[in-house]
Design a protein around this ligand. Sequence first.
Ligand code: B12
Ligand code: SF4
Ligand code: SF4
Length: 402
Amino acid sequence: MLNGTTIKEYAYSLGFDIARITSAEAFPEAERVLQERIAQGLLDGLPWFTAERAAVSCHPNALLPEARSIITLAMFYLTQQPDEPDDGVPRGRISRYAWGDDYHEIIKPKLQQFATWLRDYARDEVPEVETRLFVDTGRMVDRAVAQRAGLGWYGKNTNILTRGWGSWVFLAEIVTNLPSGGNDGSPFDTPSKASCGACDICLRACPTAALPAPYVLDNTRCISFLTIELRGSIPIELRPLMGNLIFGCDICQQVCPVNVVTERRLGLRSDGKISSASSQPIQFHPRREFRPRPETGSSPELIPLLALTEEQFRERFRGSPIKRAKRRGLLRNVCVALGNIGDPRAVPALIGALHDVEALVRGHAAWALGRIGGEEAKRALEEALVGEEDEEVRNEVRCALG
Ligand code: B12
Ligand code: SF4
Ligand code: SF4
C-alpha cells in the first residue's frame, strides 16, 4: 500500500487544489443513471454520448485492465470579474470557465508530470506503473469519481460542489494500477455527507427549464450545450430565453448559496466587487491562467465580433476554450444575443451578417433583425430573400418578416 498522503502532497505541489483517492471499482449507480438519461433523450445532441461509451466510462477496468485506484483532482478557476465598462454598447456574457486559458491545456501536462513522478515514486513496490489520464474529454465519469472519493458532493444542478471552492472547479483523474490508499491507514477516501438539503434555488433559476428535477439535466435545453456543443440551429423557442449568453452558462452556479458563501469568503462577489461582509475575507490568489484574457474578457462587445474572419477568429481564440464553438457557432450565438438585447445600433452589423459565408450565421442574423425590427431591418430582410438560396435561411427570413 502506497502512502496516500505523499501522493496528495505531490498533487498540491503541482498546483491542484483538492486531491482524493478512491478504488477502481465500477460505478454501477452512475451507469444506471447514464443509461436511463440516454434512453430518455436527455443527452440528445451529443452524438458521442452513446450507451456503449457510458458503459465503458463507468468501468475503470475497461479503460485500464489492471486498474486498482483512481486519484481524483480538482483545480479551482475562480477569479475576480472585471467591472463591465459603462459605455452602454451591447455586450455578451461568457461563462467563467472560459474567461482565461483552455483548462485542458493547463491540466493535461500536469497529469503527465504526475504520471512520471508516480512511476518513479512507486518503482520499488510496482515495477510497471500504469496510468490513464483524464480531464473532461476522456471516457471517464469525472463527477461520479469525485463524488465517491469525497472530493465534493452532487448539487441538484448536477455539478460537484466542494468545500473551499464551491462548484468553480475543474475535475481530472489518474486511473492507475497502484494499490494506493487514502490517508495513512485508511484504504480509500470516503464520500462526503454534505447535500443540498431542501434548497432548490438552481432549479428555479434556470432560464430554459433545463433542470426538470433535482440532479437531472436536459442537455437539449441547456444554454451551455446550445452555445458550445450544438453545431446547427438553436431551436427558435429557446433563443429568447438565452439573454446575452454567448458561450456557456453559469446561472445555476451563480445562484447557488454554496458558491455565494465561497465567493464572499474569498473576497469576491459575482458583480466583481470586494465583499463588504463583516467577516474578513481570506487571502486569495486567483490563477493567472484563468483570469479574463484582455482580448475577450468576460463580457465582450458584440457588434465587432460579427466582423471576425475565420483567420481572425483563430488568432483571437487560440488557447481559449471559446475556439470549441468555431467561428460559425460563436457568430450564431452573437446574433441571438443581439436579437435579445434589441439595440438598433446592431442593425447594420446584422445586415452585414445576413451575407455571411455561413448559412448558420445568415439564418440567426435574420432572426435577430426580426426581433429588433424597424424599416432598415425589414428592407434588408426583403432584399436577402431575393438572393438567398439556402432553404433553411429563407425560412428564417420569412419567419423574421412574419
Ligand atoms: C456532457 C457534459 C456536459 C453537457 C451535459 C451536462 C450534464 N449535466 O450532464 C453540457 C454541455 C450541458 C455541459 C455543461 C456544463 N459543463 Co460539462 N461536462 C460534460 C461531461 C463531458 C460528461 C458529463 C456527464 O457524464 N453527463 C451525464 C449525466 C447523466 O451525468 P451526471 O449529471 O454527472 O449524473 C450524475 C448525477 O445526476 C447523479 N445523480 C443522479 N441522481 C441523483 C440523486 C441524488 C440524490 C444524488 C446525490 C445524485 C444523483 O448521479 C449521476 C451519475 O453519477 C463532463 C466531463 C466528464 N468526462 O465527465 C463535463 C463536466 C461535467 N462539465 C463541467 C462544466 C464546468 C460544465 C459547465 C459549468 C460549463 C459552463 N459554464 O457552461 C456546464 C454546467 C451545466 C450543468 N448544470 O451541469 C465540469 C463540471 C465540474 C463540476 N464542478 O462539477 C466537468 C466535470 C468537466 C471537468 N472535467 O471539469 N457539460
Ligand atoms: S447551465 Fe444554464 S441553462 Fe444549463 S442548467 Fe444551468 S442555468 Fe440552466
Ligand atoms: S442552488 Fe441549492 S439546490 Fe442548487 S446546487 Fe446549490 S445548494 Fe444545491
